[in-house]
Design a protein around this ligand. Structure first.
Ligand code: NAD
Ligand code: ISE
Length: 334
């Protein structure tokens, strides 16, 4: 059976996901798209044989669409995900679920009321082979109990519209999710320090972030979105019996002019291409099972809550506690 997917938003990642589904995912095809940039939507739709609809509502309501992928700007996600839930259609929503916890909770309430888990979040690092290896090391107990994670999140540069807040809500939010998932622990407090800004940056960059988890694990994250040299994501786990560093996939050694070096990925597409493919394949394969195997709406809510605490922490120059409602049993994994 072929799953017919409708895509809302055909910008950077929307188009990338459409191409990945078309070229690398079995059992699925893109049937419909919508973007307010109608020329771009028409071009992508024509390329993959999909219908370009005049609105997001028509993508969701299209009887030929079995499931929806939301890749529009974050402030539109909650409303678009709610319309998918109302139509009873599974949805893979890019991060964030919503910019505010209030909107995330509306999604959670609607999903619980529907009686089915329909919402998966685009936290694709859960599908990255290097992160999966690190999780397997921890779960097997190879390095004992987790005590600390040291994380690095560097982008070569960012768009003009990128703000100091987005370092936390757009970039570090991935470390929020990988930390919660790796450690199987909630983050309860956040501290953020913005130090000397890079002369390349017009925002607070770099920033250092510290998470404290419920069990007391410390997670530090360097967020540096104007690092110039490439896209570099790292994670090292310090355990009670040893240390495990995440392998960054090597893309070939270049030896020239008396030096030997490893290629650094140019951006998130190159670094996480295997993760995006696995994420989309797993989402498609699990459709109809009533199960969300990736990050769910609760994970999206928790990520927004932690990022929000980070914004408060930086503004107030003080440690901020994360405020979470009690986790509904609906989201406890069986
Ligand atoms: P983008 O600006 O390139 O694309 C967004 C698209 O949405 C644009 O084409 C825009 O015209 C369209 N749009 C605007 N209003 C719309 C509406 N009302 N309905 C439908 N489409 C509308 O941005 P992007 O980089 O593709 O990011 C999109 C989302 O994906 C963001 O939430 C971002 O955080 C997320 N993202 C995730 C990853 C990841 O690694 N998981 C990577 C990049 C982006
Ligand atoms: C971007 O939106 C992503 O989600 C990438 O995965 C992340 O690494 C980057 O920092 C964000 O800007």
């Amino acid at each position: 059976m072929t799953v017919h997917i409708g895509v809302i938003g055909t910008g950077n990642i929307g188009t990338y996901h459409i191409d990945t589904i078309t070229d690398h995912v079995s059992g699925a095809e893109v049937a419909a798209v919508f973007d307010v940039a109608t020329d771009r939507a028409a071009e992508v739709a024509g390329r993959v044989g999909a219908t370009a609809h005049p609105s997001a509502e028509e993508v969701v309501g299209d009887p030929a669409v079995d499931a929806v992928l939301v890749a529009s700007p974050g402030e539109l996600h909650a409303e678009q995900v709610l319309s998918c839930i109302a139509a009873g259609k599974p949805v893979l929503c890019e991060k964030p679920l919503a910019p505010t916890t209030g909107e995330c909770l509306k999604v959670i309430e609607a999903e619980i009321a529907s009686g089915r888990q329909l919402v998966q979040l685009g936290f694709m690092r859960r599908y990255d082979p290097a992160y999966l290896d690190l999780k397997a090391v921890l779960d097997r107990g190879d390095v004992g109990e987790a005590l600390m994670l040291h994380c690095v999140h560097r982008n070569p540069s960012v768009y003009d519209y990128f703000t100091s807040d987005m370092s936390l809500t757009d970039s570090v939010v991935h470390e929020v999710d990988t930390s919660r998932w790796l450690l199987d622990d909630e983050i309860v407090a956040v501290t953020v320090v913005a130090g000397k800004p890079s002369p390349r940056a017009v925002i607070k960059d770099p920033q250092l972030v510290l998470f404290e988890t419920a069990s007391g694990v410390l997670v530090d994250v360097e967020s540096f979105v104007n690092a110039q040299y490439g896209y570099d994501v790292r994670c090292e786990l310090v355990g009670s019996e040893g240390v495990a560093a995440m392998d960054t996939p090597a893309r070939g050694t270049v030896t020239r002019q008396g030096t030997r070096g490893l290629h650094v990925p140019a951006d998130w597409r190159e670094r996480f291409d295997a993760a995006y493919r696995a994420e989309l394949q797993d989402w498609v394969s699990a459709l109809g099972s009533g199960e969300v195997r990736g990050a769910n709406a609760w994970d999206g809510y928790a990520a927004t809550a932690v990022a929000g605490a980070g914004l408060r922490a930086r503004a107030e120059g003080a440690r901020a506690e994360v405020e979470l409602v009690d986790k509904p049993s609906f989201y406890r994994r069986r």
